[in-house]
Design a protein around this ligand. Structure first.
Ligand code: TXA
Ligand code: MG
Length: 299
């Protein structure tokens, strides 16, 4: 299906992706249409590993070392496009850079190797909505807009990849994720912060990752009719429903549960979704980033 330009949703270790042949303009255009995604927001191109990635982007020593260290894994690298590589221009939305990632998931790896093509794949949700961490979420979001969904159970990490821009002199974090800024700066030295860099990554507009209900991070007391995502200790009394992100206060477990639980609580029987405070360190930064976006005023 991918070889003839159709769309296939597939699991990765982060979230499910909506895949199409990244060398086929029609397939890439179909991804934007299926998601209702603005065309100025570029896609991540998935490859089995560094050897294949080098065909599509210019890797200097720093980029090569970073890919060798963190791939396969939840790190996307933004690099200068190699000209004449056959990659769709639409995939990188007309920019002179391309985002590349080698996923650490056996089904994704098998698919990439079997097709022998680079696969453009954004998260398999409608634009602006919460990313799918299970095949059933993809079906809910995209329905007949996708030909096939490969189901490998829940995505192990549950949060989208870290996006790191290596096209500039100082590496810049465009999206926090499972590979933490602590790990990156230990390996690469100083990293520019997401605030100054976020304009470069159009997908980082606030209002992304939004359930229909209002989301209230850092919640301590209950508001009437609210459900709560609990973390680390018993929530205050008064919430209409409690789901545990992690009882023991484990950030990895909380990240894996976050999107699926936001989906489960996103029902009109509640007035909103409160989320107990999450420590802003390590993976907690990525969780808080997604929660801030989910809570941002909607346009
Ligand atoms: O974990 C993930 O990264 C998942 C799985 C399926 O791999 N994919 C994913 O894709 O989250 P998407 O399209 O939902 O998010 C891609 C992010 C967006 O914020 C986009 O703006 C940014 O990467 N991006 C892509 N290409 C870029 C480029 N050339 N320069 C800057 N940002 C880029
Ligand atoms: Mg997305």
């Amino acid at each position: 299906m991918l070889r003839v330009g159709q769309l296939v949703a597939f699991p990765t270790e982060t979230v499910y992706g909506l895949g199409g042949d990244a060398t086929n303009e029609h397939a890439v255009a179909a991804i934007f249409a299926a998601k209702g995604r603005p065309r100025f927001n570029p896609l991540i191109v998935h490859v089995p590993g560094l050897a294949e990635a080098e065909a599509f982007a210019v890797f200097d020593g720093r980029a090569r070392r970073t890919a060798a260290h963190f791939w396969p894994g939840p790190l996307t690298l933004v690099l200068r496009r190699r000209s004449g590589s056959g990659l769709s221009l639409l995939a990188s939305a007309g920019l002179d850079t391309v985002a590349l990632r080698a996923p650490d998931h056996s089904v994704a790896q098998a698919l990439l190797r079997a097709t022998g093509r680079p696969i453009a794949a954004p998260s398999a949700n409608r634009s602006g909505r919460v990313s799918p961490t299970e095949a059933a979420h993809v079906a809910e979001e995209l329905n007949d807009r996708v030909r096939l969904i490969l189901d490998a159970g829940p995505a192990p990490l549950g949060l989208e990849s870290t996006v790191l821009d290596l096209s500039t002199e100082t590496p810049a974090l465009l999206r926090p994720g499972a590979v933490t800024i602590e790990q990156l700066s230990e390996f690469l030295g100083p990293i520019a912060s997401p605030t100054s860099a976020s304009l470069k990554s159009p997908g980082m507009l606030s209002g992304h990752y939004a359930p229909a209900l209002p989301v209230r991070p850092d919640a301590v007391e209950a508001h009437p009719g609210e459900a709560v995502l609990a973390f680390g200790h018993e929530p205050q009394p008064g919430f209409a429903e409690i789901l545990w992100l992690s009882r023991s206060g484990d950030l990895t477990e909380a990240a894996a549960n976050l999107f699926a639980m936001l989906r489960r609580l996103d029902r009109p029987s509640f007035t909103g979704i409160a989320v107990m405070p999450i420590p802003d360190e390590g993976l907690g930064r990525a969780i808080n980033d997604r929660l801030r976006r989910a809570a941002a005023p909607r346009s």
